[in-house]
Write a protein that binds this ligand. Structure first.
Ligand code: ZN
Length: 155
């Protein structure tokens, strides 16, 4: 759906980002056998940084909180409902003129990727163990945030 805050912006680090008032994503995590597992989205090839794995999310609307925006995006992209998730802490990656807020969440029910209703922005969704992230191509923004997210995931 079109929003007046949709559009490209160039941040102080000279990246191009989608979302005039910033963006947010939801990092759903659960305890796995070998540590935390993350529910990541394989971004559709046509999208910005297509083919990489990252958190589902997108541009915030004017006046929208990152928590609300992240929940709205996962509902649009994965079909997950607010009642499926318990929100946790968040982490802001501020680039100057643009920021990305990652909101952590735990599932309140079993979430199986094959049961999710994906829209056209995803080629797939999977639970990936934190220790296995090096084996898949990561979205550069997500990769840059990982050191901050590590602390929150192990808390
Ligand atoms: Zn940037």
């Amino acid at each position: 759906m079109f929003s007046p805050t949709d559009g490209w912006v160039t941040c102080a680090l000279d990246h191009r980002h989608w979302g005039r008032v910033g963006a947010a994503g939801l990092l759903v995590h659960r305890a796995g056998v070998d540590g935390p597992e993350l529910l990541l989205q394989h971004r559709a090839l046509w999208s910005h940084h297509g083919g990489t794995w990252g958190t589902p999310g997108g541009a915030l609307h004017a006046g929208e909180s990152p928590e609300h925006g992240a929940l709205r995006e996962v509902q649009e992209e994965l079909g997950l409902l607010p009642a499926d998730l318990e929100l946790g802490p968040s982490s802001v990656d501020d680039h100057g003129g643009w920021s990305y807020t990652t909101v952590l969440a735990r599932p309140l029910r079993d979430i199986e990727p094959r049961d999710l209703a994906l829209d056209g922005e995803s080629d797939g969704v999977a639970w990936i163990a934190l220790g296995d992230l090096a084996s898949v191509p990561l979205h550069p923004g997500f990769e840059a945030s990982l050191h901050r997210l590590h602390d929150l995931l192990s808390a």
